[in-house]
Design a protein around this ligand. Sequence first.
Ligand SMILES: Cc1cc2nc3c(=O)[nH]c(=O)nc-3n(C[C@H](O)[C@H](O)[C@H](O)COP(=O)(O)OP(=O)(O)OC[C@H]3O[C@@H](n4cnc5c(N)ncnc54)[C@H](O)[C@@H]3O)c2cc1C
Length: 464
Amino acid sequence: MLEPTYQADVVVVGAGIAGLSAARRLTSAGVTTVVLEAAHEVGGRMATEKVDGFRLDRIGRLLSTAHPELRPGPEGPALLPFDPGVLLHSDGRHHRAGVQPGARARGTRSALHAVRALASAPRAGAGPRRPAAVPGRQVSVPRRRSGAPLGTAMDQARLGAALARLAGTPVERLLARPELPAAEALVARGLPARTIDGFLRPLLAALLCDPDLTTSSRCADLALHAFASGRLCLPEGGAEALPQQLARTLPPGTVRTGVRVTSVSTTSVATAEHGEFRCGAVLIATGARAAAELLPGLRVPDFHPVTVVHHTTDEPPATGASLLLDADRGGPVAYTAVVSRVDPSRAPAGRTLVTSTVLGPSVPGIDTAVRMHLARLYGVSTARWETLAVRHTADAVPAMRPPLDLRRPVRLLAGLYVCGDHRDTGTVEGALRSAQRATAALLTDLGVNRPLHTADPVPTARAA
Ligand SMILES: Cc1cc2nc3c(=O)[nH]c(=O)nc-3n(C[C@H](O)[C@H](O)[C@H](O)COP(=O)(O)OP(=O)(O)OC[C@H]3O[C@@H](n4cnc5c(N)ncnc54)[C@H](O)[C@@H]3O)c2cc1C
């Protein structure tokens, strides 16, 4: 039982990535802080479930090594990169796309050979297999008349140039571009239809968790900018490694789990079972819906629902550590990967973990539909794959439709602040940026002028 009249300079409500990042900034500035978390673990939506030695993320989250909010820290978990670019499935074949010139030059020869081998192999059961690729020998990739999913060599060159231009464009300039729904902006920018349908649509749907691409084109540009400037990656040990690392940097006793806040004012919070906490200021760092319960009148956005399905198999598909997207959109899976190839710590020794993400509302029989789709995507039978978990989150990602205010207010009153992914982009990076803005406002109001550290001690990007 906690002291009912516990005193702190600031009470932070919610120990997701935003609340923990804010607490770190506040405690670094010498402000006494307590974080109250309703769940029994920290991390919020970045939770990792442990099942039979597997580490299963609730979110099939794709981070980018390019994000400035995720600067390397010596003690943080490593960010483990996927193979460069993405693997696109189209008409029974795999095609590598979106590889940055730097990644190619750094020697991804074996990955490219693997892709060529995959590209030359027809779908399982679709006919005789071609000879396997011999490392070091060029393997011919059959040309398809349609050129799908990436179009002609000229289309691919234009795509490469467009991605390189995007990577070199300052974020401020991207944010000053006219704003449209992302699907309309893709067409308006004059890219070939094949490039849009075969690559950009499935990639953006995966990055934004938005299958219809109703998201603001500014968010889409930010997502593509991060994709083109870095590598998609996963935190070693599961998504929870990032919030847990932040929690470890806080003074002992700062985070109290199992404490649900029921109401707030500028000087106190009331909890369900632990009485009242007095303080100098309150920062609400919950998701949007819980924030609106505590702060009636706060806008609740629509959400993109997401289902994550985890399977294990004794026979790992031969896609290496690639992120596999379906350019044909021939089933429910938006993207999938053999994540134990990216991060072996997520599966017991000798086991394989395949994690797949389905965008949209929950539907009955999703596991069967996902298995059938995975069989086509990987070109193997999935009949004997074992399902480890199917996790649906209705309020997974706040919708970011235009016109979008990327810097929604975080200071409601002197003494009352709000942060989280609903105040910025609906992403982990947005949650972190909103925490930075909220703590800056809070410290100004408290009259604390001490310099803050500028980065959270989260992951270190590790070479492939
Ligand atoms: C399935 C899924 C897929 C996703 N995919 C992506 C993706 O691809 N890319 C991306 O960028 N983002 C993705 N996200 C979103 C990303 O996880 C969130 O943007 C980010 O984790 C939000 O962090 P937060 O700290 O703002 O909120 P949260 O993580 O929601 O943390 C809020 C915390 O507040 C606590 N809380 C709530 N009410 C109370 C209360 N009354 N008292 C005390 N504590 C309370 C909650 O228990 C929670 O721990 C995905 C999310 C899910 C679920």
